[in-house]
Each structure stands twice: as C-alpha cells, then as structure tokens.
Ligand binder design. Structure first.
Ligand SMILES: [Ca+2]
Ligand SMILES: [Ca+2]
Ligand SMILES: [Ca+2]
Length: 315
C-alpha cells in the first residue's frame, strides 16, 4: 500500500468520523416497493415489528393501498442534528418515496413535478396518480388524493401497542395558518385514529404541529406544539431531506384489545390537491405490544432485584 494511498484512507476515515458526529451526512437512502402486493406489504410490516413484538400477525392480513413508488424502506436517516431522527424503517408518502432523500432545494412539489430540475433525484421521480382513501378522508372535510396506507391484523398479548414515527411535510410553512387545509396522517386502531397531538383530539399535521406560520407569531404553535417541531426551510439545509418541516420522534402508545384480533392501519394522504407532498417515517422494530405501566413497574422492580442479587454475588 503506497504512502499516498494510506494518507487518502486516513482522510476518508476523518470524513466518515465527522459525518458520524453530525457534521456532513448523506441523505437517507430509499428503496421503493417493487409492487403493492401482499409480499411487499408483509416486508414493510416485518420491518416495523420488534424482535419480541408481543403479538402475532394474522397470516395473509398485511396489505398496502397506494402507488408502489410512494412507499418503501429507508436507511441512513440519521440520528444527529441534521438527521431525520429515525435511522431506518418504513416510509409512506403522498409522492414518490425517494423525494425524502434529496436535499432541501425545492420549495415546491418534487414528486408531482411538471418541470425538470437542473440536477438531483427530483428528475427520477414518478408522479403519484393514486386516489384518496376512506380512512384518511375521515380526517378532513376536503377530498383526499395520493393516499398510501399500510394495514395488518394482529393478536396482541398486552393492552398497549407502541410505534415510533416522524411526520414530515412540504406543507411547512407555506400552508401553516393560511386557512388552506393541510395533508392528513393517521394511525388507526380498529378504525380510530390514535396519532393525536398530545393532550388533544387533534390529528398530527402541519396545521397542528408547528411554531407558527407565515402569517402568525413565530412563537405560536397549537397547544405548545412548537417543542415537537423541527423547521427545515428550503435552501438552509438544516436537516438533510427535501421535507420542509418535521416533527420530533413521536412515541405513540395505543390501547388495543389483548387476546383478540385488532387491525392497525397507518396512512397518509394529500388533501385538496396532489401537490405539496407529505411523508411519515416509521421506525424499524418499534411496533410491539407492551405491558401496562403497572406491569412495567413490576418488571423493572424484578430487574432491579436481579441487579442487587448479582452485585451481592460479586461482593
Ligand atoms: Ca422542500
Ligand atoms: Ca402528491
Ligand atoms: Ca399535499
């Protein structure tokens, strides 16, 4: 190995280390669904399930409704200051899923573009032509379009189901406080949306999670939601994604019926028109049925007691 090549390797190692510490970081990599069939839906569901999910998926129940290119798997999302907050998992969008991986260069609608960009992933995207969907339409008085919905049925051992996600949208900040409707997103347990702004009955969207919009006090934001919001205004490149605004990582805890068949549907849709796409990032391994808090306390008490016993053995 030549000395010059060694120096190049060392420089590369330094660059990699800088990236790992939250400096420069490549955008997320997206693998869109090859088709919208049941095998593809199962692969998404299996990605979401924890190693010990505390539930059994009903065989053949996984289904995906929407355009194949709108959803898929992602990796390298990034956990640092300019990352998405979730490193890998499932992405559902109202456009072409790959648009989340481009840099924040476009204010407009990359996936339903009509023009050609000078460079970048925007030129390779597939326009989304899928329609709306009833579950998502239940969240708005407006018509829905480009809906992407992943569903499956399961029998949980416990009464609570967990899911970690980040909602993100090109509706930020143009439509916030504008009077125009924003895109809808829901996590439905047996048909009822559980993805609500904490302490409210409001669904999570650009309208409900923000720090005020173009025409309002920047210190605003509904119900203190500003603390849940990460701004990514175009051209500033604060976060390495095309999406103009994101929620922080949301830890959803949902009530389910233990020992019975439940259905989970996770979906997102454009409202009013197909423009200004939105996305939801679902964390790999974050779906699990978990015991009630009281049971957790007992389990943790048990773990602590084991720790004490171990220390006594070592002493
Ligand atoms: Ca954008
Ligand atoms: Ca769209
Ligand atoms: Ca939209």
């Amino acid at each position: 190995m030549s000395r010059a090549f060694c120096a190049q390797l060392a420089a590369l190692a330094l660059l990699v280390a800088a990236g790992a510490q939250g400096g420069a970081q490549a955008a997320a990599t997206v693998t869109p669904l090859s088709d919208g069939g049941s095998d593809a839906a199962s692969s998404l569901v299996n990605t979401l399930l924890a190693a010990q999910p505390g539930l059994s998926v009903v065989a053949g129940s996984a289904s995906y409704s929407g355009q194949a290119s709108a959803s898929g798997l992602f990796s390298n999302g990034g956990l640092g200051a300019n990352g998405l907050g979730i490193d890998s998992g499932v992405v559902l969008t109202t456009g072409d899923a790959r648009f989340i991986g481009s840099s924040a260069a476009f204010e407009g609608d990359a996936a339903n573009q009509t023009g050609t960009y000078t460079a970048g992933v925007g030129n390779a995207l597939t326009p989304n032509t899928s329609g709306g969907q009833a579950l998502l339409s239940s969240l708005t008085t407006e018509p829905t379009f480009n809906a992407s919905v992943l569903s499956f049925s399961f029998v949980p051992q416990y009464a609570r189901l967990s899911l970690r996600f980040v909602f993100a949208s090109e509706d930020y900040n143009d439509l916030v406080n504008s009077g125009f409707p924003t895109d809808v997103f829901g996590v439905f347990v047996n048909g009822v949306n559980q993805a609500l702004l904490p302490g409210t009955q409001l669904g999570i969207s650009a309208s409900t999670v923000n720090c005020g919009g173009p025409t309002s006090d920047p210190a605003g934001g509904l119900g203190g939601s500003c603390s849940l919001y990460r701004d990514n205004a175009p051209f500033y490149d604060a976060i390495d994604t095309e999406l103009d605004g994101l929620t922080v990582v949301m830890n959803l805890q949902m009530t389910v019926n233990p020992g019975q068949v439940n259905t989970l549907s996770i979906g997102i849709a454009d409202t009013l028109d197909t423009m200004g796409d939105s996305a939801v990032l679902l964390a790999a391994g974050s779906v699990a049925a978990v015991p009630e808090p009281g049971t957790w306390a007992l389990m943790l008490g048990g773990v602590a007691a084991l720790g004490v016993a171990a220390r006594r053995r070592r002493a």
